[in-house]
Design a protein around this ligand. Structure first.
Ligand code: ZN
Length: 154
């Protein structure tokens, strides 16, 4: 079975690439920030399934490693993520314009910090989801026991 470092590497790489592509219309600084956050989120997402269901036995894989869980999550992401991300980026642009127009130096600084945090959050969230998916894909393809339909033994 793939070990932690394999999942961390695959999750980090996949998370960084997808976060970078989703930020392609952002300014270079924000794109870089989302890519780095996607890398970190991808490492965490790639390791998450085995944190939730530690690989201490060959049949450790439960709902967090299941085909049904993956399909439901995939359908939910496909259904709601594009709309959510479009609104999120729209609001983030408005906040950035507000920060640029701010005349009070303290408020300006705080608004810019918020803009950076929100860019990092969307990159991290994207990376985490992609990293988690990469873990299930690796476990499903590279292990003889593959993934259970719903939980261990079923
Ligand atoms: Zn696993």
């Amino acid at each position: 079975m793939p070990r932690g470092p394999v999942h961390a590497f695959a999750g980090g790489a996949a998370g960084a690439v997808v976060a970078n592509r989703l930020a392609k219309n952002e300014a270079p600084l924000f794109q870089l920030l989302e890519t780095v956050a996607g890398l970190v989120g991808g490492v965490h997402g790639g390791l998450a399934p085995d944190k939730l269901e530690p690989a201490d036995t060959p049949s450790h894989r439960g709902p967090f490693h299941s085909v049904v869980g993956a399909v439901i999550s995939g359908v939910a992401v496909r259904r709601w993520a594009p709309e959510f991300l479009e609104q999120y980026r729209h609001d983030l642009t408005a906040l950035r314009e507000d920060a640029e127009a701010e005349t009070n130096p303290l408020w300006r600084l705080l608004k810019w910090i918020l803009v950076l945090c929100l860019h990092a959050m969307v990159g991290y969230g994207t990376g985490f989801a992609v990293g988690y998916a990469s873990h299930l894909a690796l476990d499903g393809v590279l292990t003889p026991s593959s993934l259970p339909l719903l939980t261990s033994g079923f």
